[in-house]
Design a binder for this molecule. Structure first.
Ligand code: BDP
Length: 718
């Protein structure tokens, strides 16, 4: 019997050691560090010394430190006022007389930044985490813990860091019925039914995760908005969420519906210049600020894809944006006005859809109020895996511009694919717009280097849902993380951020780190290869609007640009959309020398070849291969990379807990299936125009007719 007990005990112990993880803890796992690191760190974090005065944010910072240090150093780290060797002193000059006495150079830390410094106080070697504002202390605490999570030393620290962008918001496309537009991580996190009374603990957990990567705002509802969000009933619910988020420095924002004065206000019009309409909005804005004094502002999608807007009343985009801006200004609220607009011209449209945002919005440069930010998707089209940067960046010198990035992966792998969007964030931010001389990158424009007054920001369309792991898959967490870290510093590198995330998520075993970072870095280029090589795009518009799987032949939509054929323009002479001077000339929207370089097929980067040109099938690329051969080469390369990722991952068996290991393994199988599906359908379809055989003995798995007959959203059998 005693023997049986000890066996059971052993089993139990080993089960705990290999503790299965479901991903709920994200990158904030705070697992005990290895023995040798315990020795290194313990001396630098023996006690926590907070200031004399408190606030919910300072309490959160202190609690995080207790939790993080306690977990990683596997010992209690007491909170005390007594300074000893190894104390961590936290606070602002206002909250802590000790910090005030140190007269730290906090000016460069600004409103939200922090300073972490090793110093001597009363003869003791200590670490200070100080800031001008409480939120900076919280960010500093997360940065300090991140150092331990990623095994960086804690001595001789002298760090000052501050976010380069002011507004760092997630855009949730959550509907009030609990569904999420383009969400692949379960239903909405907001349980409207039980708000404001019930405060799901996940609300503050969500805000904490955001704070850990510096995100400071959340637009709660879909840009395709319902007016109901502005009713008194919902504003109370929104206020409850704001209360849960507040300690973590996350403000709530809303996407109002332009016609709300008519729909819920009983007015006959929503004309932004009508005094009654203005009065209605003014009362609404005041009602919001009475309950939510730190309300962030409004995100607006107007006159785009059927959404109502000022043009419906004969007014302009700036009339609409400025009406909101004027009403929000006394409360320090901000309008984020989306440049993702395109008109509805009906069936005989002759325009280039890609050129629309620029054509429609650029004329308003300088016409928006100072508290309006124009929010433009990263590319001129619509979140495709690879687009050139939007030419609006660099075309509106008198306008505050923010990039809108996809985090949710509508066109970049949805729920199944491992594809790390950090790659895209870096590629876009580092693109040189050439607008203000060499080196005027999208990052510098976003940072407001060329703008006065300076109001900067970024938005990411969230991939958060009520799935246990928040994002639908473990690797999708990397994209939320990367968005936040790039929002903090647009000049950061995807590799460094990926490395941080990997260490925090899977641990610091160098074999694991090297393997996972390698997967992250190759995943997005692989996706481009097997879905949208050489600048192709929108090959997945299907009749049910799911955007999952290849639908290259689809051409039956109400308007041509809601079909695939419009975008790839495959015919017997070649492939691609001619946006050069000989075609639609949309390339002219770019600054010199880009417009000249990209207008010439020989000087266009091959990554964007078919974005700008209609290229003959026999055209020779740099590789020496013809377009038809190169296309095949890239599709195959994409799949080969997925296979490499599968191999790399399977090599980590035993080094990752079983649950997450199995989940990723299964997702990779799906990804491989879908990548093969994309390649086979695309190449079978293009072959009907190229009229040439496949190279190297390759043969698609099924005939083209089979792919065409698949219903939307249904992958072929393996
Ligand atoms: C498109 C999505 C649609 C969004 C739209 C937008 O398919 O669901 O409403 O973007 O950004 O790509 O407004």
């Amino acid at each position: 019997m005693p023997r049986l007990i000890s066996v059971c005990l052993l089993l139990l112990m080993s089960a705990t050691a290999a503790r299965a993880e479901d991903g709920h803890e994200l990158w904030l796992r705070y697992q005990p560090v290895e023995e040798q690191w315990q020795t290194v760190y313990r001396g630098s974090a023996t006690t926590i010394v907070p200031g004399e005065s408190r606030s919910p944010t300072l309490d959160a910072a202190q609690a995080e430190l207790v939790r993080g240090l306690g977990g990683m150093l596997a010992q209690d780290v007491p909170v005390t006022q007594i300074v000893t060797d190894g104390s961590v002193l936290i606070g602002t000059p206002r909250s802590s007389s000790k910090i005030a006495g140190l007269k730290l150079p906090l000016a460069t830390a600004g409103e939200e930044g922090y300073l972490i410094r090793s110093t001597i106080l009363y003869g003791h070697a200590i670490t200070i985490i100080a800031a001008n504002k409480d939120i900076g202390v919280l960010y500093g605490v997360f940065a300090f813990l991140r150092r331990i999570q990623t095994r960086h030393p804690l001595d001789h620290l002298d760090i000052t860091d501050a976010p380069k962008l002011m507004v760092r918001v997630l855009n949730h496309w959550d509907n009030l019925d609990g569904s999420v537009e383009r969400g692949y991580a379960g239903a909405s996190l907001w349980r409207w039914q039980t708000l404001p009374a019930y405060r799901d603990p996940r609300y503050s957990e969500y805000a904490r995760a955001n704070a850990s990567i510096g995100i400071n705002g959340a637009v709660l509802n879909n840009v395709n908005s319902s007016a109901d969000i502005l009713t008194g009933e919902y504003i109370e619910k929104v206020a409850a969420l704001a209360e849960e988020f507040r300690p973590w420095g996350v403000r709530v924002w809303l996407a109002p519906r332009f016609t709300a004065p008519e729909e819920i206000g009983g007015l006959k019009t929503a004309d932004p210049l009508n005094p009654e309409v203005r009065a209605w909005w003014q009362a609404k804005v005041e009602e919001i600020y009475r309950q939510i004094p730190d309300f962030g502002g409004f995100l607006i999608k107007a006159n785009s894809e059927g959404q109502p807007g000022p043009q419906d009343y004969g007014r302009s985009h700036s009339d609409g944006a400025n009406m909101y801006a004027d009403l929000l200004a006394p409360h320090h609220g901000i309008v984020m006005y989306r440049a993702f607009v395109y008109d509805d011209p009906g069936k005989d449209w002759k325009l280039d859809r890609v050129a629309e945002a620029y054509r429609i919005i650029k004329p308003f440069d300088g016409k928006f109020r100072d508290n309006v930010i124009v929010q433009e998707k990263e590319g001129p089209l619509d979140f495709q895996a690879r687009e050139p940067f939007s030419p609006l960046f660099g075309a509106m010198p008198h306008t505050q511009m923010a990039v809108e990035f996809p985090i949710t992966k509508e066109y970049t792998g949805q729920s199944s694919d491992l594809s790390s969007t950090g790659f895209m964030y870096e590629e876009i931010y580092q693109s040189d717009t050439c607008a203000y001389g060499k080196g005027s990158t999208v990052a510098r424009i976003a940072e407001g280097v060329y703008n006065h007054p300076k109001l900067t920001g970024v938005a990411g369309v969230a991939n958060v849902g009520n799935d246990r792991n928040w994002n639908g898959s473990i690797f999708n967490q990397a994209n939320w993380y990367a968005f936040g870290r790039f929002a903090w510093d647009p000049d950061a590198s995807a590799r460094t951020i990926g490395g941080e995330w990997t260490r925090m998520t899977f641990g610091n075993d160098p074999v694991v780190v090297a393997a996972v970072v390698d997967m992250l870095m190759k995943s997005f280029p692989a996706l481009i290869d097997y879905q949208q090589p050489l600048g192709l795009n929108f090959l997945d518009i299907d009749r049910a609007n799911t955007h999952y799987g290849p639908w290259l032949w689809y051409n039956e939509a109400r308007r041509p640009d809601w079909g695939d054929v419009y975008f790839h323009r495959a015919n017997e002479t070649g492939l691609g959309f001619d946006r050069s001077a000989t075609g639609y000339n949309s390339v002219a929207q770019y600054n010199p020398p880009l417009k000249e370089l990209w207008s010439d097929v020989r000087t266009t980067p091959e990554e964007l070849l078919l974005w700008f040109h209609h290229v003959p099938w026999v055209y020779k690329l740099k590789s020496g291969r013809s377009l038809w051969e190169e296309l095949q080469f890239r599709y195959h390369r994409g799949i080969a990379t997925v296979e490499e990722m599968q191999k790399t991952w399977s090599g980590l068996k035993g080094k990752i807990d079983d649950e997450r290991f199995a989940a990723v393994t299964q997702f990779l199988v799906m990804q491989h299936r879908d990548a093969v599906w994309f390649r086979d359908a695309a190449l079978s379809y293009f072959a009907t125009f190229a009229k040439q055989p496949f190279s190297g003995g390759y043969k698609p798995k099924y005939p083209l007719a089979f792919y065409k007959a698949l219903p939307p959203n249904a992958a072929p059998p393996d």
